[in-house]
Design a protein around this ligand. Sequence first.
Ligand code: FE2
Length: 328
Amino acid sequence: MAKNYVTGMHHVTSCVGKAQEDIDFFTRVIGQRMVKQTVLFDGSTPIYHLYYGNRDAQLGTIMTTFPYRQAGIRGRKGTGQVAVTGYSVAEGALEFWARRLERLGVANDGIRQRLGQSVIRFEHPSGLEFEMVGDDRDARAGWTTDEIEEKDSVRGFNAVTMSVRDRVEQERFLVDAVGFRKTAEDERYQRFEIAEGGPGCTVIVRHDPDVPQGSWTFGEGTVHHVAFAVRNDAEQMEFREQVVGMGYTDCSESKDRNYFHSVYCRSPGGILCEFATSDIGFTIDEPAEELGRNLLLPPWFESRRAEIVAPLEPITVPASSLGGKVPA
Ligand SMILES: [Fe+2]
């Protein structure tokens, strides 16, 4: 039996198309708070790394995106990926979201049932799939805008849906190595929960045995990875040893992501799972009320700022997505 080091979801990272289109989708349509503007730390092509979250910029609500159109690489959707990223809203808010998505021309499937929950699946402009999950257990504080009241606001992540061809090995990884427990199952879907369970502590595995494998590279229109939270460096190292010791050897060393430290493991179903520390946070380089206002680089990039920023698409962040006082 695995020792459980994971306290819940940390963030989800996806590759999108253009930066402004992405900002408009997450801040205006979904009503998220802008939490951080920075850049991709890996590779040589400057690419934005944009972070969105709820009112308190809590781990487990943080969506991060790489606007990959700039590099000209498109991803291929398929198995071995997070297929759908799910947000929680109040059960009573689903009608609001069904109407809102229609009115804004966002492709969606209307309200449907899955494993006993009501969900609306909808699409990001890059083709990424999201859903609103009606879940009254989620008491996290949503960000509000002129168009989205607190009662209708997005609380944070509910669950990610992983698409796999073989679900036996994926279950073994999630349960035996990571510490999830299986809490629901039907012919196509399995629900796994960790820590206190419920919103932000849930993974859904979707069995797609006939769907070809999707791409793993950074590529527009695909989720790159899902990150789960571990407390600190020491527990991250113990956790990594546990996972590798069970034979899941495709795990990176710990990498410095400035706001957290990350270990990346390729799960047997193909999905890249990150295990990120939760003891650093987003206020190490700007105050909580000013999150997301300015483009910030990690200290090791600061001397190259001009060369990194020059090729980036100019962006405008809506005032409605920023906290604190708007400068005159
Ligand atoms: Fe990540």
